[in-house]
Design a protein around this ligand. Structure first.
Ligand code: GLA
Length: 506
């Protein structure tokens, strides 16, 4: 009997779609907030706790943001203590770190911290290279649930996938040995083909230098900026990477993300002020559909209402948290005949991907300088299931749902931000019937066809036909295509998974 049971368990875990690291974490992309983009080194206990309170009362935890991550610069500038242990800077964290993690846990958040697989962190505090076991134990003692693990000052231990792999694996093993299940977020900016090995030892891995608050502006500080899209292995540390650059960098390996292990496109810039509303919407929706971890990067205590209505859109977040757990991929990129923008960039993309219930996410991105009508044939959207119009999907009509249609009204968001009392905020969210993923997880909401996750039906793309939409300059239209069932329908659910994704259909 027990033998039978254990073989059932083994079979179940083989087919559960678990990632190679297999720590059961990040089965959908992790979501939360990280201080770095807005605050850099200006970190403190007060910042973390006032932010977590704000995430809670604005209903952002309820749409999924449940990690609060302290990035670099938390360490004592004097270095390690006499036992070789990392110490927090007591001027910033007078009570140490454990009380912060306790407080976050009591608010149902998870606590993330930062170190580097180098002799120093990127901001030149103590790094964890050759101190992995000590530091992993410290993180466990602090009550940490996630470690962002950077790659600055690596002492030359870089240059081949196995050298980088081994350097990061030492921390992965040390975390495991603590006995605490700690999510590991690697941050080596795409070096040494991390997208081919990151999933074996971590739950996510950064694929570029640091994002900055610009949609398309190229900058010399973003290494690899001059490379043609498709060049995956350029030496990558750097900053000032635009949204468009990051999209072009991930495109050739967008399909590498799997449940438990995700390509990290870097923290979000929504709400920081450097992009237009349409640019931020495009940035957010693509990060969601590409299954990047979704870490808010703005000051949530001082945020425009328009930013709140982007980051709290459950129909977009449902793309990120879809149980199928596969990224959209780019089925089309055009540069010919596309007007250039102010930075001399001009291109359009079509991204598409399968969702658990058989719907298809489709994003039309206009990264050119003029508003245009974009069109794409169903045969192209469904290319991953069979080229040349051979995918069975092409023979069906598809209802087009616009996933931005039910964005929270500006007035509601303004009222929410203006409300001083938590109870008033709770009331406003209740009246707005806002989505609460802690009560109804996305997988369940999707299975129950909760209307708040499906946007608004705006038309039909007919069998064998074309999907067309007006797309403003520097904007994206984000659709969920829903197959219109036919009389005597014999569409085979098994055939809808793409090659290599079959496992998830079992
Ligand atoms: C690197 C990382 C950033 C941030 C800083 C902190 O640049 O890529 O995300 O963590 O270090 O110093």
């Amino acid at each position: 009997m027990s033998l039978l049971l254990s073989s059932v368990v083994v079979v179940a875990s083989l087919f559960s779609g678990a990632a190679a690291i297999n720590n059961g974490l990040a089965i959908t992309p992790p979501m939360g907030w990280n201080n770095w983009n807005a605050f850099g080194c200006d970190v403190s206990e007060n910042l973390l706790l006032t932010t977590s309170t704000q995430i809670s009362s604005l209903g952002l935890r309820e749409v999924g943001y449940d990690y609060v991550v302290l990035d670099d610069c938390w360490q004592d500038p004097k270095g390690r203590d006499k036992h070789g242990k990392l110490q927090p800077d007591l001027a910033k964290f007078p009570n140490g770190l454990k009380p912060i993690s306790d407080q976050l846990h009591s608010q149902n958040f998870k606590f993330g911290m930062y170190s580097s697989a180098g002799e120093m962190t990127c901001a030149r505090f103590e790094g964890s290279l050759d101190h992995e076991v000590d530091d992993a134990n410290s993180f466990a003692d602090f009550g940490v649930d996630m470690l962002k693990y950077d790659s600055c000052y690596h002492m030359g231990r870089v240059g081949t996938p196995s050298v980088s792999f081994n350097r990061f694996k030492t921390m992965s093993d040390a975390l495991k040995a603590t006995g605490k299940n700690i999510l590991l977020n690697l941050c080596n900016w795409g070096e040494d083909l991390v997208h081919t090995w990151g999933m074996s030892i971590s739950n996510s891995w950064r694929i570029t230098g640091d994002i900055y608050d610009s949609f398309s502006r190229p900058d010399d500080l973003c290494a690899c900026n001059t490379l043609e899209p498709g060049a995956v292995n350029c030496v990558a540390p750097g900053t000032h990477c635009s949204v468009l650059f990051i999209l072009n960098k991930v495109a050739p390996f967008a399909d590498r993300s799997i449940p438990g292990g995700w390509s990290d496109l870097d923290m979000l810039e929504v709400g920081q002020g450097g992009m237009t509303d349409e640019e931020y919407k495009a940035h957010f929706a693509l990060w969601a559909a590409l299954k990047s971890p979704l870490f808010l990067g703005n000051d949530l205590r001082d945020m425009p209402a328009s930013a709140l209505t982007i980051i709290n859109n459950p129909a977009i977040i449902a793309l990120s948290q879809d149980p199928h757990g596969r990224s959209v991929t780019r089925v089309r990129r055009d540069t010919e005949g596309i007007a250039k923008d102010e930075w001399g960039m001009g291109e359009t993309h079509v991204w598409a991907g399968h969702l658990q219930n058989g719907d298809e996410a489709v994003i039309l991105l206009n990264a050119g300088g003029e508003d245009i009508e974009m069109s794409v044939r169903l045969a192209e959207i469904f290319i991953p299931y069979g080229p040349g119009g051979s995918a069975p999907h092409v023979k069906y009509d598809w209802a087009i749902h616009d996933l931005w249609a039910h964005r929270m009204p500006q007035e509601t968001a303004e009222a929410l931000l203006a409300a001083k009392e938590v109870e008033d905020r709770v009331d406003i969210l209740k009246k707005a019937n806002w989505y609460n993923a802690t009560e109804l997880p996305y997988a369940k909401g999707l299975a129950k066809e909760d209307a708040r996750l499906f946007g608004e039906k705006i038309g039909i793309a007919e069998a064998g036909g074309v999907l067309k939409a007006d797309v403003k300059s520097h904007a994206a239209r984000v659709f969920r295509l829903r197959r219109v069932k036919k009389e005597g329908d014999n569409f085979n659910a098994k055939s809808i998974a793409r090659k290599g994704e079959e496992r998830d259909e079992l």
